[in-house]
Design a protein around this ligand. Structure first.
Ligand code: ATP
Length: 388
């Protein structure tokens, strides 16, 4: 059991590309930490440095109390699970799971005990004689997990281990892996580009962008209290709606000018966010989560001053909710996530998650209530969140 610590770690590849900048991470004993970010942000590089498969250009890496900068991968007491599982096709499940132990010259009886234990946990007992080619994707994934488990390492490192599975199996396996990690209580670093995977599996989630750590927090804290526009947009699906706006204080709170429309804020807008007063009369970026938009005719509370009037361009009925797309005549903000920009190109610039009882229709001009007490605010220059 061990902590994993990265202290001001940098990675500059041989061609001069600076992939990781001054990365600080304190991963606790038994913790499940997820590294998440868009393609190319440096997640795999960071994980491979922990594994010892990539050198560290500067900074310090520790596993437990031991500095491992120059320690060979095999001597780091970690087990890695890769995206492609890297199973040996000609070997049985039993031999695949026990292979690393055999190499390490662990006695046969001990190998047998550990392989049987692991296969029981992973429900592979009935398949021990099969070859990987005779297994389903999920079973192959479990064999890869089994290989890691039998080594009883100080830490598991997992690089997108579910990306080859179909959507349904991915959901099932992410629950299984999270449960397994809790049962085994082994420190785990897990890389994914999928923010839902990150949110549902991690005790804490570290968000990376272009080699820089943006924020590391519990999933709920990331969602409720993002430190900047990038994290705000990256975490949550559909994404937070982000607009350029101007802010003004009033006797009762404040107002936000959003294009041609205004939204009123109560005094609660300044709770946890006292710095917002300093933005009176200035440009800000406002963020509204899809669930903070609602068909105004379904809202019981007083919505005076908290309504946007907008043309509905698309409705996606999902049964439990309606995804209502509409246009707000304010400029949207590029969060810096390349995937998100693509997604938005042909769409309206706002998405709301409405109650399915809503009767709004496509091409209607709808009255949309905004839960302004839940609005997020960011500095328009630095993109940092405005809190206390
Ligand atoms: P993905 O989800 O696409 O795997 P990632 O976040 O894991 O992305 P990395 O594989 O860590 O990203 O790569 C980070 C950056 O470093 C990328 O811009 C990549 O092109 C660059 N990079 C990776 N390996 C090398 C290398 N050997 N030499 C130079 N640059 C590299």
């Amino acid at each position: 059991m061990a902590t994993v610590t990265l202290d001001q770690v940098n990675k500059v590849y041989e061609n001069g590309f600076h992939a990781i900048h001054d990365l600080d991470l304190d991963i606790q004993d038994k913790e499940f930490l997820v590294l998440v970010g868009p393609s190319g942000c440096g997640k795999s590089t960071a994980l491979r440095m922990i594994a010892g498969l990539e050198t560290i250009s500067s900074g310090e890496m520790r596993i437990g109390d031991k500095v491992v900068n120059d320690v060979e991968p095999k001597d780091r007491d970690i087990a890695m699970v890769f995206q492609n599982y890297a199973l040996y096709p000609h070997m049985s499940v039993y031999d695949n799971i026990g292979f690393a132990l055999k190499l390490a010259k662990v006695p046969k009886e001990e190998i047998d005990k550990r392989v049987r234990q692991a296969s029981k946990i992973l429900e592979l007992d009935a398949n021990l004689d099969r070859k990987p080619g005779q297994l389903s994707g999920g079973q192959r994934q479990r064999v890869a997990m089994g290989r890691a488990i039998v080594r009883q390492p100080a830490a598991f490192l997992m690089d997108e281990p579910l990306s080859n599975l179909d959507a349904k199996l991915r959901v099932q396996m992410r629950a299984e892996i999270a449960q397994l990690q809790r049962d085994l209580a082994v420190t785990t670093v897990y890389v994914t580009h999928d923010q839902i995977e990150a949110m549902t599996m991690g005790d804490r989630v570290a968000v990376l962008k272009a080699g820089y750590l943006q924020q590391v927090d519990s999933p709920q804290r990331l969602y409720d209290h993002p430190d900047n526009v990038f994290v705000a947009a990256f975490i949550g699906s559909p994404s937070m709606n982000l607009y350029e706006a101007t802010f003004e204080t009033t006797d009762s709170g404040g107002v936000v000018q959003l294009g041609s429309q205004t939204l009123e804020l109560g005094p609660e807008a300044f709770e946890d966010r006292s710095a917002l007063r300093g933005y009176a009369g200035r440009k800000v970026i406002v963020g509204i989560r899809p669930e903070d938009f609602e068909d105004a005719s379904l809202v019981d509370r007083d919505t005076t001053g908290k309504i946007l009037s907008s043309d509905v361009t698309l409705i996606e009925a999902l049964g439990s909710e309606l995804m209502v797309h509409f246009n707000v005549d304010a400029r949207t903000v590029d969060s810096g996530d390349p995937d998100a920009v693509e997604e938005q190109e042909n769409a309206a610039n706002a998405v709301g998650r409405f109650n399915p009882r809503s009767r709004v229709k496509m091409r209607d001009n709808a009255e949309i209530a905004v839960a302004t007490e839940n609005m997020h605010f960011f500095d328009s220059e630095s993109h940092l969140a405005i809190w206390d």
